[in-house]
Design a protein around this ligand. Structure first.
Ligand code: AMP
Length: 282
């Protein structure tokens, strides 16, 4: 596995590979790699000749300073995991390499409602920072295929729009969420959970599953299921749901009927850690 820290160097390498007809696949991450990330790399390996992974904890997408400062860093272990899972190129830029002129994002791209609702509402500035760095990374790597997780559902919807806006010839492939045995969605932040919070966090995906099952039984309307999901989580001591929403899976608009493709999305705080999860309902 080759490791590049400089934009110029990785571009030289990838340009030469593209000239030889190699297909580039890209998996951007913030490190602290777990099996969810590795599943993306494996998908990428299946569909591409050269698997590129980036590890960059992007300061501009953190709206919470403590979350940024405490974001886990496990680089030596990450490098071992990557080279053992078929990664060919690791891009490991510094903050100054990515932002030589500072963080200013004078003209953030506008994505409309899908970026303003849910996470957009609860994490102001997060998607502006995410789009800022993904645009830079895509411009550097220019992959034929980009692999992202359903775990960050709103993020992948926005990246899909970003690819259209900047007219890149990149196909976005969205991979399913990998979960722990008890259903908790794998996340780099899970290592920061206390034993007690970790146990309770399993209720997040359990609630999503219960809501899915209840919808299937046609017993409750969408609005009452949203209330049910939120209240079920709020009733568990130690869990503080921020939202529990059932939305149209393509537009994230409020769902009007069960004939639409629906998705339930939630964000829950526990012991100072914020976790997100989602589940397609039909
Ligand atoms: P992150 O390092 O958290 O920015 O995530 C990097 C990529 O991995 C994103 O596309 C995420 O959606 C994806 N990802 C994170 N957690 C999981 C998971 N549990 N299963 C599958 N993909 C994931």
């Amino acid at each position: 596995m080759l490791i590049f820290k400089r934009i110029h160097d990785i571009q030289n390498y990838l340009n030469a590979s593209k000239k030889e007809g190699q297909h580039i696949g890209f998996v951007p991450t913030m490190g602290a790699l777990h099996k969810g990330h590795i599943s993306l790399l494996k998908e990428c390996k299946k569909g591409c000749d050269i698997v590129v992974c980036s590890i960059f904890v992007n300061p501009t997408q953190f709206n919470d300073k403590t979350d940024f400062e405490k974001y886990p860093n496990t680089l030596p272990a990450d490098i071992i995991k990557l080279s053992g899972s078929g990664c060919d190129v690791l891009f490991l830029p510094s903050v100054t390499e990515m932002y030589p002129e500072g963080y200013a994002n004078d003209n953030p791209m506008r994505f409309g409602f899908i970026a303003q609702t849910l996470e957009g509402e609860h994490r102001p500035g997060h998607f502006d920072g995410m789009a800022q760095v993904v645009e830079k990374l895509l411009d550097i790597v220019k992959p034929g295929k980009l692999y992202m997780g359903q775990k960050d559902y709103q993020q992948q919807l926005i990246v899909q729009q970003l690819i259209k806006k900047i007219k890149l010839n990149t196909e976005l492939i969205v991979c399913p969420t990998l979960r722990e045995k008890d259903g908790l969605a794998m996340s780099s932040r899970n290592v920061r959970l206390s034993k007690e919070s970790r146990k309770k966090a399993a209720e997040i995906s359990r609630t999503l599953r219960i809501v899915k099952a209840r919808l299937k039984m046609h017993k409750d309307g969408i609005e009452s299921l949203e209330k049910f999901g939120f209240q079920r989580l709020a009733d568990i001591t130690g869990l503080e749901p921020e939202y529990f929403a059932i939305r149209n899976a393509f537009t994230l608009e409020t769902a009007k009927s069960e004939s639409e493709k629906l998705i339930a999305l939630t964000a829950v705080r526990t012991g100072g850690i914020r976790l997100i999860d989602n589940m397609r309902l039909n």
